[in-house]
Design a binder for this molecule. Structure first.
Ligand SMILES: Nc1nc2c(c(=O)[nH]1)N[C@H]1C(S)=C(S)[C@@H](COP(=O)(O)O)O[C@H]1N2
Ligand SMILES: [Mo]
Length: 312
C-alpha cells in the first residue's frame, strides 16, 4: 500500500503513536505507560505524512484516545467494502492529490479550492472528540482540522441558504464498493446551516498528528461529534449551500432507520436495537451513551423546541 505524500510536507519524520503521546504529554496526564499502546504501529503510521504547526483546540475530553491501529483498521467506508477491515485493505491506493473541493449554491462567492489552499484557510487545530457509530460502538479520535465555518464564511452564504449538502468522491475505477448498490452513490450527507456553522463542526485533514489515511476519509472529511458517525462524510468533493433539506445517503436508503438529524440520543432506539449503551473500541464493558454524545452543553440549544423523537 502506498499513498502520495503531500508535496509540501518533507518526508523527514515518521511519527509513531508513542511519540505522539509523548509530544502531547499524555503520559503525565494518564499517569501510566499502559496508554502507549502496543508496538507494530509503524506499518500504519508510515503511510501518513506528519502535519505540523497545529494547535490544541477545545474541547479535550478526559477519555483516552483510541489506539491508532484501531482507528485505522476498524472503519466504515462502504465505497471500499462493507466489512470493517476492508477499507484498510482496499483504500490504500486512493489518489488524494490533486484534490479539489467545490463550494457552491446559495452564496456570493462560489469557488473551487485546491486542497493546499483549503489548508491555508484557517490554522489547523487538534480536536479530541468522542465519536459514536449508530451501530453501537465508539472511539475517541484526536482529529486535526479546521472549523467548517471558516470555509463557509469565505464563500459568503446568502440569506436564503438554510442547509449544507456534502457529496463525496464516487470513482468506480478506485472504489470497488461502488459496484454494489447498497447506497445511492455518491455518498451524500447534510447539515442545517446553524449546525454547519457550529464551532464543534470541523473538516478534518488528519488524526494523531498526521494526514488522514484513505480509510479514514483522506484527504478531507466532515466531523460532527454530537451526531452518529455516518454524518461524517469521507473524501468530500462538493459542498452546496441550499434552501431545502437535502437528501442524504442513509436517509434515502432506510428513512425509518436513519433520520436527517441523526443526533446521538440514548432515548431514541434504532428500530432494530437500543441506543442506550455503546462499546468503546478497545474496552470490554459497555458504557452508557450520553445525550448528544456528551456535547449537550455546547449543542442542545440548536434543537430547542424540537421533538427529537420525531426529528431523529
Ligand atoms: N463516503 C463515506 N463516508 C462515510 C461512510 C461511508 O461509507 N462512505 N461511513 C460513515 C460511517 S457509518 C461512519 S461510522 C464513519 C466512520 O469513520 P471512521 O472509519 O473514520 O471511524 O464514516 C462515515 N462516513
Ligand atoms: Mo456508522
Amino acid at each position: 500500500m502506498l499513498i502520495q505524500r503531500p508535496q509540501d510536507i518533507a518526508p523527514s519524520e515518521i511519527t509513531t503513536e508513542a511519540l505522539y503521546h509523548g509530544r502531547r504529554s499524555f503520559i503525565q496526564r494518564a499517569g501510566s505507560l499502559a496508554l502507549l499502546g502496543s508496538s507494530g504501529l509503524l506499518a500504519d503510521t508510515a503511510l501518513a505524512a506528519p502535519l505540523t504547526g497545529f494547535r490544541p483546540g477545545a474541547p479535550l475530553p478526559a477519555d483516552k484516545p483510541t489506539r491508532l491501529k484501531d482507528i485505522t483498521s476498524y472503519n466504515n467506508y462502504y465505497e471500499f467494502g462493507l466489512d470493517k477491515d476492508e477499507p484498510a485493505r482496499t483504500a490504500g491506493a486512493l489518489k488524494t492529490r490533486p484534490w479539489t473541493v467545490t463550494v457552491e449554491g446559495l452564496c456570493n462567492k462560489p469557488r473551487s479550492f485546491a486542497l493546499d489552499d483549503l489548508l491555508k484557510l484557517a490554522p489547523l487545530e487538534e480536536r479530541i472528540y468522542r465519536m459514536r457509530c449508530v451501530e453501537g460502538w465508539s472511539m475517541v479520535i484526536p482529529w486535526v482540522g479546521f472549523p467548517l465555518s471558516s470555509l463557509l464564511k469565505l464563500v459568503e452564504p446568502q440569506g436564503s441558504a438554510k442547509f449544507v449538502a456534502f457529496s463525496t468522491l464516487a470513482d468506480r475505477a478506485q472504489m470497488p464498493g461502488l459496484q454494489r448498490p447498497v447506497l445511492n452513490w455518491p455518498y451524500t450527507e447534510g447539515l442545517r446551516l446553524d449546525e454547519a456553522l457550529h464551532p464543534l463542526t470541523i473538516l478534518a485533514v488528519g488524526l494523531y498528528g498526521e494526514t488522514l489515511l484513505p480509510q479514514n476519509g483522506a484527504p478531507i472529511r466532515l466531523v460532527v461529534p454530537w451526531k452518529y458517525g455516518f454524518k461524517g462524510a469521507k473524501s468530500i468533493v462538493r459542498i452546496r449551500l441550499i434552501e431545502a433539506m437535502p437528501a442524504t445517503a442513509w436517509n434515502t436508503a432506510a428513512p425509518q432507520e436513519y433520520g436527517f438529524y441523526s443526533n446521538v440520543n440514548p432515548d431514541v432506539d434504532h428500530p432494530r436495537w437500543s441506543q442506550a449503551t455503546e462499546r468503546r473500541i478497545g474496552e470490554f464493558s459497555k458504557r452508557k451513551t450520553l445525550p448528544f454524545n456528551g456535547y449537550a452543553e455546547q449543542v442542545a440549544a440548536l434543537y430547542t423546541g424540537m421533538d427529537l423523537k420525531k426529528h431523529f
